[in-house]
Structure formats: C-alpha cells, structure tokens
Ligand binder design. Structure first.
Ligand SMILES: NC(=O)C1=CN([C@@H]2O[C@H](COP(=O)(O)OP(=O)(O)OC[C@H]3O[C@@H](n4cnc5c(N)ncnc54)[C@H](O)[C@@H]3O)[C@@H](O)[C@H]2O)C=CC1
Ligand SMILES: O=C(O)C1=N[C@H](C(=O)O)C[C@H](O)C1
Length: 254
C-alpha cells in the first residue's frame, strides 16, 4: 500500500483525493494537513505541517501558494516525494521547487488531467506550423468564482509550451485596456474569466487570415485532476530525486 499525506486536505481538491483514495486498493491517505479542520476526516489531520510525524511514501499538495514554501522544506527534510499541484506560485517558489528536486522526487504540474497533458503536446506541432504562417495565438481560460489566482497555471503552461516551441520569443499580455496600438506579432494574449462553478475550461485560439483553429479543453469535474494526482503519487513513490512531469506518468517512464 502506498501511504499518502494530503496537503490541503480540507479544500475542494483535498476532499476529492480523499474520496478517490477511500476506494483505492493500492494507495491510502495516512494523514492530512490543513489550517482549517472540523474533524470529519477518517485520518489524522495536522493544522501545521511541522506537527505531522506520520510516515508516508508521497505527499500530494493542493493547497495555497502561501503554504508551498513550508511544504517543500518539510518534504526535503523527510525525504518525501512530492506531487505539487498548487498554482499561482511566485518565481522564487518555482526556483525553490527546482532546488528541492535536487534531493527529492518532485512532480509539478499545473494540470493533472490527461486531456490538458495531451493538448500540451499537440500545441507544439500546431504552433510550429501556424505561427510561421502568421497566425496569432490567444488563450482564454474560465474558472469558478472561488479561484484566487489568475491567469490559471494551466493557461501559463499552455503558453509556455507554445513559446518554448517558438524559441521563447513571445511576450505574454494579460490586459490590453491601456494600449492604443495594433496587436504586435510576437505576443500571446492570455485572458481569464471567473464565475459560478465552472470547473476549468481552456481555449487556445490560433487566428489566421480568414481562418481560425481553436483547441478546447473542458473539465466537467474535479475528479479528472484528482485521478491524475493519485496516479502521479503512485508513480513518484520510491523514485530517485529529480524533476518529473505528467508525461512521465502517462508514458510510464522508469
Ligand atoms: N494541478 C491541478 O491539476 C489543479 C490545481 N489546482 C490548484 O490547487 C490549489 C487548491 O485548489 P482547491 O482545492 O480548489 O482550493 P481550496 O481553497 O478549496 O483548498 C485549499 C486548502 O488548502 C488549505 N490551506 C491553506 N493554507 C494552508 C496551509 N498553510 N497549510 C495547509 N493547508 C492550507 C485551505 O484551508 C484549504 O482547505 C489551487 O492553487 C488550485 O489552482 C486545483 C485543481 C487542479
Ligand atoms: O483552481 C482550479 O480549480 C484549477 N486550477 C488549475 C490551474 O490554475 O490551472 C487547474 C484547473 O484548471 C483547475
């Protein structure tokens, strides 16, 4: 049995992971960490990660950007592999995750769904063909009203996949309201919509002369992210230090 600690266990995603693992024969939740706890979980919950003394094989994190530094320190100290799913991290935190990966296995992914991870690959081909042909690229993401970060981590990852393919020459623009000029060629527009209970939609638009191609991904439930995170935790347990991503999990590397 793979023993998992859930960081952010009482949040929306933490509860999804709890339900998935309650039915899982290969992995179990042995502890949770959350600043908020009403005692309803069937496993021990610690309000402060420093107090968690439960042995585990992997930690899954869906918490808050402000909680990620302590969580990385804890995983490094305990030699605990970490599936880092929280978005909205600052540049220094991304660097810290990279540094942690020198001593533990770290899998960071802004989106754990199979669909988005497939789209990340497809976009590279599309961008390599369409950008040189003069297509403009825009990303529109839509999420629920409770989401605190914008744009979504996924929108940024989609932009990075395109930009990486094109030699990282493109600037990201989030707001054109203060501008009075035509659209520069080398930019990727990223727009965020927030409302209701939208689970997570991402459109990547390639707009050319007289034709438009749109790649769309719609998550209909948070389970798509939860399933990917559990699969990632099973994959990561026992792995040597290093940076991993969802394509390693999907391709079954190592
Ligand atoms: N990578 C992916 O596929 C996905 C990533 N996310 C990201 O995961 C994060 C969490 O999402 P949700 O579960 O929807 O949010 P949420 O707000 O429902 O849950 C976050 C939980 O973390 C807890 N928390 C806050 N500070 C903490 C601390 N210092 N220590 C321990 N727990 C703490 C909160 O009390 C809350 O229960 C967000 O950054 C979101 O963007 C969400 C869905 C999918
Ligand atoms: O906060 C969410 O809900 C989600 N966040 C992730 C992101 O920022 O990309 C992934 C998913 O779209 C849901």
């Amino acid at each position: 049995m793979i023993r998992i600690i859930m960081h952010g266990c009482n949040g929306k995603m933490g509860q999804v992971i709890g339900s998935l693992l309650a039915e899982d024969r290969e992995a179990e939740l042995v502890a949770g960490i959350d600043v908020f706890d009403d005692g309803h979980n069937a496993y021990p919950v610690f309000r402060n990660i420093r107090e968690c003394d439960v042995e585990a094989d992997c930690l899954i994190d869906f918490s808050s950007a402000s909680a990620v530094d302590d969580m990385l320190d804890y995983c490094v100290e305990k030699s605990l592999p970490c599936v880092l799913c929280t978005t909205g991290l600052r540049e220094e935190q991304l660097q810290k995750a990279e540094k942690a990966a020198e001593s533990i296995a770290v899998l960071r992914s802004a989106n754990m769904s199979l669909g988005i991870n497939t789209l990340l690959k497809l976009l590279k081909n599309a961008a390599a063909i369409l950008a040189p042909a003069g297509f403009d690229m825009e990303i529109v993401e839509r999420h629920h009203r409770l989401k605190v970060d914008a744009p979504s981590g996924t929108a940024l990852a989609l932009a990075d996949a395109i930009n990486g393919e094109l030699g990282n020459e493109y600037n990201y623009v989030y707001d054109r309201s203060g501008r009075r000029e035509k659209r520069p060629e080398k930019e990727i527009g990223i727009s965020a919509v927030r409302g209701g209970t939208i689970v997570g939609d991402h459109d990547v638009i390639f707009a050319g002369a007289d034709e438009v191609i749109t790649f769309s991904h719609t998550a209909y439930s948070k389970a798509v992210f939860g399933k990917g995170a559990v699969q990632a935790a099973k994959f990561l347990a026992g792995k040597p230090a290093g940076r991993y991503n969802m394509s390693d999990v999907i391709n079954g590397a190592g």
